[in-house]
Design a protein around this ligand. Structure first.
Ligand SMILES: [Zn+2]
Length: 179
């Protein structure tokens, strides 16, 4: 399982790879000297499907396709090609060839994209894991219960950051302190 960790303010913390069958107590963040400490209690159900977020513990998770960053550009180019065809500017064989390549690339990316489980509360994303049937796609009613704290009031920023440090301190530590 790969986890793209985020903190309570939904800011990226790092990426960690872990084998859920081993359930290690901690793992090093990819490319960093920090470690993430896991709490596996009630994290997996009887079918070894993730039941709650491994970063914040929230039980509200939604499934979605993990599209690559260039997918948005690909969709725009496909729409542009569609408009060219509609208005009769796609008679050139080279333009048609490029449009077919773009269309096929989009289809391959769509079919090959992995599913991921995302936490409603902190937006931590979990990849390469079995998904349970009760994991549904994004739901506005559930999302409204987790408005997030991504844009704290300017005068309260210092206080918020202090709170967050205290909250994530048990989970994240520098290797120097662990050694
Ligand atoms: Zn979470």
């Amino acid at each position: 399982m790969r986890i793209e960790l985020r903190d309570e303010l939904r800011r990226p913390v790092g990426i960690v790879d872990v084998d859920p069958t081993i359930r290690p107590s901690r793992a090093r963040l990819n490319g960093e000297d920090r470690e993430f400490f896991f709490n596996w209690d009630t994290a997996l159900d009887d079918a070894s499907c993730l039941r709650r977020c491994l970063s914040c513990g929230c039980t509200d998770l939604f499934r979605e396709k993990a599209f690559p960053p260039f997918m948005g550009v690909l969709v725009i180019l496909n729409y542009a090609g569609l408009l060219l065809g509609i208005f009769g500017f796609a008679e050139n064989i080279i333009v048609q060839f490029i449009m077919i390549i773009l269309l096929l690339t989009g289809l391959v990316v769509l079919l090959k994209s992995r599913m991921r489980l995302v936490c409603y509360h902190c937006r931590t994303a979990h990849y390469d894991l079995p998904l349970a049937r009760y994991h549904r796609s994004w739901d506005r009613a559930i999302a409204d219960r987790h408005p997030g704290r991504a844009t704290p009031e300017p005068e309260s920023v210092e206080e918020e950051e202090t709170d967050i440090f205290e909250e994530i301190a048990p989970s994240l530590s520098h290797e120097e302190t662990a050694v």
